[in-house]
Design a protein around this ligand. Structure first.
Ligand code: 8YV
Length: 313
Protein backbone atom coordinates (compact mmCIF):
# COMPACT_ATOMS: atom_id res chain seq x y z
CA UNK A 1 0.00 0.00 0.00
CA UNK A 2 1.26 3.49 -0.88
CA UNK A 3 2.22 5.97 1.81
CA UNK A 4 -0.49 8.26 3.15
CA UNK A 5 0.13 11.67 1.57
CA UNK A 6 -3.06 13.51 2.49
CA UNK A 7 -4.31 14.39 5.94
CA UNK A 8 -8.03 15.19 5.93
CA UNK A 9 -8.46 17.49 8.90
CA UNK A 10 -11.86 18.71 10.07
CA UNK A 11 -15.60 18.04 9.93
CA UNK A 12 -15.88 16.88 6.30
CA UNK A 13 -19.09 15.10 5.29
CA UNK A 14 -18.86 11.42 4.26
CA UNK A 15 -19.32 12.46 0.61
CA UNK A 16 -16.50 15.00 0.85
CA UNK A 17 -14.21 12.52 2.56
CA UNK A 18 -15.03 9.95 -0.14
CA UNK A 19 -13.95 12.35 -2.88
CA UNK A 20 -10.68 13.21 -1.12
CA UNK A 21 -9.91 9.57 -0.23
CA UNK A 22 -10.76 8.49 -3.76
CA UNK A 23 -8.12 10.83 -5.17
CA UNK A 24 -5.20 10.40 -2.75
CA UNK A 25 -4.01 7.98 -0.05
CA UNK A 26 -5.47 9.72 2.98
CA UNK A 27 -6.22 9.52 6.66
CA UNK A 28 -8.84 11.53 8.51
CA UNK A 29 -8.84 13.32 11.86
CA UNK A 30 -11.46 15.55 13.47
CA UNK A 31 -9.34 18.70 13.80
CA UNK A 32 -5.86 20.22 14.13
CA UNK A 33 -5.56 19.38 17.83
CA UNK A 34 -5.42 15.67 16.93
CA UNK A 35 -2.31 15.95 14.76
CA UNK A 36 0.16 15.67 17.65
CA UNK A 37 -1.36 12.35 18.70
CA UNK A 38 -0.78 10.70 15.29
CA UNK A 39 2.07 8.16 15.19
CA UNK A 40 5.35 9.76 14.03
CA UNK A 41 5.55 7.38 11.05
CA UNK A 42 2.12 8.51 9.85
CA UNK A 43 2.95 12.19 10.29
CA UNK A 44 6.23 11.76 8.38
CA UNK A 45 4.58 10.91 5.04
CA UNK A 46 1.91 13.62 5.00
CA UNK A 47 2.55 16.10 2.15
CA UNK A 48 -0.84 17.79 1.99
CA UNK A 49 -3.55 18.81 4.46
CA UNK A 50 -7.17 19.26 3.39
CA UNK A 51 -8.42 21.60 6.09
CA UNK A 52 -12.00 22.44 7.04
CA UNK A 53 -13.14 24.39 10.06
CA UNK A 54 -12.27 27.39 12.15
CA UNK A 55 -9.87 26.02 14.80
CA UNK A 56 -6.34 27.46 14.65
CA UNK A 57 -3.89 25.63 12.41
CA UNK A 58 -0.44 27.07 13.12
CA UNK A 59 3.18 26.46 14.02
CA UNK A 60 2.42 23.50 16.32
CA UNK A 61 0.66 21.61 13.54
CA UNK A 62 3.19 22.63 10.87
CA UNK A 63 6.10 21.49 13.04
CA UNK A 64 4.44 18.09 13.56
CA UNK A 65 4.27 17.44 9.79
CA UNK A 66 7.85 17.58 8.48
CA UNK A 67 7.04 16.62 4.84
CA UNK A 68 4.10 19.02 4.52
CA UNK A 69 3.98 21.21 1.40
CA UNK A 70 0.41 22.49 1.26
CA UNK A 71 -2.52 23.35 3.51
CA UNK A 72 -5.57 23.53 1.24
CA UNK A 73 -8.42 25.31 2.99
CA UNK A 74 -12.09 24.53 2.42
CA UNK A 75 -13.38 28.10 2.46
CA UNK A 76 -12.49 31.52 1.13
CA UNK A 77 -11.57 32.79 4.61
CA UNK A 78 -8.29 31.33 5.85
CA UNK A 79 -7.98 33.29 9.08
CA UNK A 80 -7.73 30.03 11.06
CA UNK A 81 -4.47 29.20 9.27
CA UNK A 82 -1.23 30.92 10.28
CA UNK A 83 -0.12 31.85 6.76
CA UNK A 84 3.05 33.63 7.95
CA UNK A 85 4.18 30.49 9.80
CA UNK A 86 3.36 28.35 6.75
CA UNK A 87 5.29 30.69 4.43
CA UNK A 88 8.28 30.65 6.77
CA UNK A 89 8.38 26.86 6.37
CA UNK A 90 7.82 26.99 2.59
CA UNK A 91 4.33 25.52 2.97
CA UNK A 92 1.73 26.70 0.47
CA UNK A 93 -1.77 27.74 1.55
CA UNK A 94 -4.76 27.74 -0.81
CA UNK A 95 -8.41 28.75 -0.36
CA UNK A 96 -11.69 28.52 -2.31
CA UNK A 97 -12.56 32.03 -3.53
CA UNK A 98 -15.40 33.02 -5.87
CA UNK A 99 -17.28 29.71 -5.96
CA UNK A 100 -19.26 30.76 -2.87
CA UNK A 101 -19.88 34.44 -3.66
CA UNK A 102 -23.45 33.92 -4.86
CA UNK A 103 -24.53 31.82 -1.90
CA UNK A 104 -23.11 34.14 0.73
CA UNK A 105 -24.67 37.16 -1.00
CA UNK A 106 -27.99 35.34 -1.31
CA UNK A 107 -27.98 34.55 2.40
CA UNK A 108 -27.18 38.17 3.30
CA UNK A 109 -30.17 39.41 1.30
CA UNK A 110 -32.33 36.58 2.64
CA UNK A 111 -31.52 37.50 6.24
CA UNK A 112 -32.22 41.16 5.52
CA UNK A 113 -35.62 40.32 4.05
CA UNK A 114 -36.36 37.96 6.94
CA UNK A 115 -35.56 40.77 9.37
CA UNK A 116 -37.50 43.47 7.52
CA UNK A 117 -40.59 41.40 6.79
CA UNK A 118 -40.58 39.43 10.08
CA UNK A 119 -40.55 36.10 8.24
CA UNK A 120 -39.69 34.13 11.40
CA UNK A 121 -42.56 35.71 13.38
CA UNK A 122 -44.92 35.18 10.45
CA UNK A 123 -44.05 31.49 10.27
CA UNK A 124 -44.55 31.07 14.01
CA UNK A 125 -47.96 32.77 13.80
CA UNK A 126 -49.16 30.54 10.96
CA UNK A 127 -47.88 27.33 12.56
CA UNK A 128 -49.33 28.21 15.97
CA UNK A 129 -52.91 28.21 14.64
CA UNK A 130 -53.40 31.70 16.18
CA UNK A 131 -53.67 33.56 12.87
CA UNK A 132 -57.39 34.20 13.34
CA UNK A 133 -56.79 35.57 16.87
CA UNK A 134 -53.90 37.97 16.31
CA UNK A 135 -52.25 39.95 13.56
CA UNK A 136 -48.56 40.27 12.82
CA UNK A 137 -47.36 43.83 13.54
CA UNK A 138 -46.75 45.72 10.31
CA UNK A 139 -43.35 45.13 8.69
CA UNK A 140 -40.90 47.76 7.53
CA UNK A 141 -40.36 48.39 3.82
CA UNK A 142 -37.23 46.76 2.41
CA UNK A 143 -36.91 48.03 -1.16
CA UNK A 144 -35.50 51.50 -1.55
CA UNK A 145 -33.51 51.59 1.71
CA UNK A 146 -29.96 52.81 2.18
CA UNK A 147 -27.27 50.18 2.55
CA UNK A 148 -23.61 50.47 3.51
CA UNK A 149 -21.31 47.61 2.54
CA UNK A 150 -18.24 47.40 4.77
CA UNK A 151 -15.68 45.88 2.40
CA UNK A 152 -16.67 45.98 -1.28
CA UNK A 153 -14.66 42.91 -2.25
CA UNK A 154 -15.93 39.97 -4.28
CA UNK A 155 -18.73 39.01 -1.88
CA UNK A 156 -19.54 42.61 -0.94
CA UNK A 157 -19.95 43.41 -4.61
CA UNK A 158 -22.40 40.54 -5.12
CA UNK A 159 -24.44 41.77 -2.18
CA UNK A 160 -24.44 45.35 -3.48
CA UNK A 161 -25.50 44.23 -6.97
CA UNK A 162 -28.44 42.33 -5.50
CA UNK A 163 -29.48 45.25 -3.30
CA UNK A 164 -29.23 47.66 -6.24
CA UNK A 165 -31.97 45.52 -7.82
CA UNK A 166 -34.03 46.27 -4.68
CA UNK A 167 -33.67 49.96 -5.62
CA UNK A 168 -31.40 50.61 -2.67
CA UNK A 169 -28.98 53.50 -2.36
CA UNK A 170 -25.52 51.89 -2.21
CA UNK A 171 -22.72 53.19 0.03
CA UNK A 172 -19.48 51.33 0.76
CA UNK A 173 -16.01 51.31 2.25
CA UNK A 174 -13.03 49.68 0.58
CA UNK A 175 -9.30 50.37 0.33
CA UNK A 176 -9.88 52.22 -2.93
CA UNK A 177 -12.87 53.79 -4.67
CA UNK A 178 -14.50 51.45 -7.18
CA UNK A 179 -15.71 52.30 -10.64
CA UNK A 180 -19.37 52.07 -9.65
CA UNK A 181 -21.28 55.15 -10.82
CA UNK A 182 -23.97 56.24 -8.39
CA UNK A 183 -22.48 54.35 -5.43
CA UNK A 184 -20.87 56.39 -2.66
CA UNK A 185 -17.45 55.60 -1.15
CA UNK A 186 -16.76 56.43 2.51
CA UNK A 187 -13.40 56.54 4.23
CA UNK A 188 -14.28 54.43 7.27
CA UNK A 189 -17.14 52.45 8.85
CA UNK A 190 -18.19 55.31 11.15
CA UNK A 191 -18.70 57.72 8.24
CA UNK A 192 -20.46 54.93 6.32
CA UNK A 193 -22.76 53.97 9.20
CA UNK A 194 -23.93 57.57 9.63
CA UNK A 195 -25.42 57.53 6.10
CA UNK A 196 -27.28 54.19 6.01
CA UNK A 197 -30.06 52.02 7.49
CA UNK A 198 -28.26 48.71 6.86
CA UNK A 199 -24.59 48.10 7.64
CA UNK A 200 -23.50 44.90 5.89
CA UNK A 201 -20.09 43.56 6.90
CA UNK A 202 -18.33 41.67 4.09
CA UNK A 203 -14.70 41.86 5.22
CA UNK A 204 -12.05 39.16 5.37
CA UNK A 205 -11.35 37.88 8.90
CA UNK A 206 -8.04 38.00 10.75
CA UNK A 207 -6.16 40.48 12.95
CA UNK A 208 -6.31 43.39 10.46
CA UNK A 209 -10.11 43.53 10.58
CA UNK A 210 -10.62 42.66 14.26
CA UNK A 211 -13.39 44.87 15.75
CA UNK A 212 -13.36 46.94 12.53
CA UNK A 213 -16.98 47.81 13.24
CA UNK A 214 -16.90 49.07 16.81
CA UNK A 215 -19.02 51.01 19.30
CA UNK A 216 -18.51 54.28 17.43
CA UNK A 217 -19.86 52.86 14.16
CA UNK A 218 -22.83 51.32 15.98
CA UNK A 219 -23.61 54.70 17.57
CA UNK A 220 -23.37 56.35 14.14
CA UNK A 221 -25.74 53.74 12.69
CA UNK A 222 -28.32 54.71 15.27
CA UNK A 223 -31.68 53.43 16.42
CA UNK A 224 -33.02 52.88 12.87
CA UNK A 225 -29.96 50.90 11.76
CA UNK A 226 -29.47 47.16 11.31
CA UNK A 227 -26.11 45.31 11.33
CA UNK A 228 -25.74 42.39 8.92
CA UNK A 229 -22.67 40.15 9.26
CA UNK A 230 -21.79 37.33 6.86
CA UNK A 231 -18.00 37.63 7.28
CA UNK A 232 -16.47 36.60 10.62
CA UNK A 233 -17.57 37.22 14.20
CA UNK A 234 -14.25 38.97 14.78
CA UNK A 235 -14.98 41.85 12.38
CA UNK A 236 -17.46 43.49 14.74
CA UNK A 237 -16.95 44.34 18.42
CA UNK A 238 -19.35 41.68 19.66
CA UNK A 239 -19.62 43.05 23.21
CA UNK A 240 -20.60 46.45 21.81
CA UNK A 241 -23.04 44.82 19.37
CA UNK A 242 -24.77 42.82 22.11
CA UNK A 243 -25.01 45.94 24.26
CA UNK A 244 -26.51 47.94 21.36
CA UNK A 245 -29.04 45.18 20.59
CA UNK A 246 -30.07 44.78 24.22
CA UNK A 247 -30.36 48.53 24.80
CA UNK A 248 -32.11 49.14 21.47
CA UNK A 249 -29.57 51.77 20.42
CA UNK A 250 -29.65 50.02 17.02
CA UNK A 251 -32.77 48.54 15.45
CA UNK A 252 -31.45 45.03 15.07
CA UNK A 253 -29.06 42.58 13.49
CA UNK A 254 -28.96 39.74 10.99
CA UNK A 255 -25.99 37.52 11.76
CA UNK A 256 -24.56 34.37 10.18
CA UNK A 257 -21.25 34.58 12.07
CA UNK A 258 -20.24 34.94 15.72
CA UNK A 259 -17.30 34.64 18.05
CA UNK A 260 -16.77 31.12 19.46
CA UNK A 261 -19.00 29.27 17.00
CA UNK A 262 -20.95 27.11 17.64
CA UNK A 263 -20.92 27.92 21.38
CA UNK A 264 -21.95 31.52 20.89
CA UNK A 265 -22.69 34.00 23.64
CA UNK A 266 -26.06 32.88 25.10
CA UNK A 267 -27.22 36.53 25.25
CA UNK A 268 -27.89 36.29 21.50
CA UNK A 269 -30.58 33.68 22.11
CA UNK A 270 -32.89 36.02 24.02
CA UNK A 271 -32.82 38.87 21.50
CA UNK A 272 -36.08 39.55 19.67
CA UNK A 273 -34.45 42.07 17.32
CA UNK A 274 -32.03 39.69 15.61
CA UNK A 275 -32.14 37.11 12.82
CA UNK A 276 -29.56 34.45 13.70
CA UNK A 277 -28.12 31.80 11.37
CA UNK A 278 -25.60 28.99 12.02
CA UNK A 279 -22.75 30.15 9.73
CA UNK A 280 -24.39 28.66 6.67
CA UNK A 281 -23.46 31.29 4.06
CA UNK A 282 -21.81 28.80 1.68
CA UNK A 283 -24.03 25.92 2.76
CA UNK A 284 -25.66 24.70 -0.44
CA UNK A 285 -25.07 21.33 -2.07
CA UNK A 286 -23.81 22.94 -5.26
CA UNK A 287 -21.41 25.37 -3.64
CA UNK A 288 -20.01 22.96 -1.08
CA UNK A 289 -19.28 20.54 -3.96
CA UNK A 290 -17.52 23.32 -5.84
CA UNK A 291 -15.51 24.29 -2.75
CA UNK A 292 -14.39 20.69 -2.21
CA UNK A 293 -13.58 20.43 -5.93
CA UNK A 294 -11.36 23.51 -5.83
CA UNK A 295 -9.67 22.34 -2.63
CA UNK A 296 -9.01 18.93 -4.17
CA UNK A 297 -7.76 20.44 -7.45
CA UNK A 298 -5.23 22.50 -5.50
CA UNK A 299 -4.01 19.40 -3.64
CA UNK A 300 -3.79 17.33 -6.82
CA UNK A 301 -1.93 20.13 -8.62
CA UNK A 302 0.55 20.41 -5.76
CA UNK A 303 1.21 16.67 -5.58
CA UNK A 304 1.69 16.57 -9.38
CA UNK A 305 4.11 19.52 -9.29
CA UNK A 306 1.72 21.75 -11.23
CA UNK A 307 0.80 25.40 -10.56
CA UNK A 308 -1.75 25.94 -7.79
CA UNK A 309 -5.14 27.30 -8.79
CA UNK A 310 -5.84 29.64 -5.88
CA UNK A 311 -2.71 30.17 -3.81
CA UNK A 312 -2.81 32.54 -0.87
CA UNK A 313 0.96 32.81 -0.22
C1 8YV B 1 -16.66 27.87 5.77
C2 8YV B 1 -16.55 30.22 5.27
O1 8YV B 1 -15.45 27.67 5.15
O2 8YV B 1 -15.56 30.22 3.12
C3 8YV B 1 -15.56 30.68 4.26
O3 8YV B 1 -14.73 31.54 4.61
O4 8YV B 1 -16.69 30.81 6.28
C4 8YV B 1 -17.35 29.00 5.05
O5 8YV B 1 -17.61 28.72 3.74
C5 8YV B 1 -17.42 26.62 5.80
O6 8YV B 1 -18.45 26.83 6.68
C6 8YV B 1 -16.58 25.45 6.30
O7 8YV B 1 -16.02 25.69 7.54
Amino acid sequence: MSDTVLLICGPFTPEERGRLEGAHAALHIGGPDEIAALPEAARATIRAVAYKGHHPFGETQLAALPALGIVANYGVGYDAIDVAAASARGVKVTNTPDVLNDDVADLAVGMMLAFSRRLEDGAVLVRSGDWAQRALPLNRKFSGGRVGIVGLGRIGREIADRLAAFKMEIHYTSRSRKDTPGWTWHADPVALAAEVDWLVIALVGGPETQNHVGAEALAALGSEGVVVNISRGTTVDEAALLEALEQGTIRGAALDVFLNEPDIDPRFRSLDNAVLQPHQGSGTVETRRAMLGLQLDNITAFLAGRALLTAVN
